[in-house]
Write a protein of this length. Sequence first.
Length: 116
Amino acid sequence: MNENGKTYSYPKKKKKYAKPRIVKKPSKITDAVNEMKATLDALDLIKDVDPVNHPPHYKTGGIETIDFIEAKDLNYRLGNVVKYVSRAGRKDSDPVQDLEKAAWYLTREIEARKRA
């Protein structure tokens, strides 16, 4: 490396009078571009989490809860039973409270069917 920060390298096939090639170290712009690319890659990983349309606590088990509810054509009360049971212990809420909510909806469904 010389006083300008440049490194000299020679071609692989040595010719009798070959001139050395100058290899520059990466510039600040190159470093900034590489850092920006790494940041964008990290953002792509974060972007995969969608708390509104596809929350992770409803995606366990290989099927999203809403897809199961729709596939089984469940009504509102039974859909909520499935929702609260499937997210119990997986969301930042009290799992017992989620199960109590599921039981509340299930009780209402049972009562509605008895009246029918």
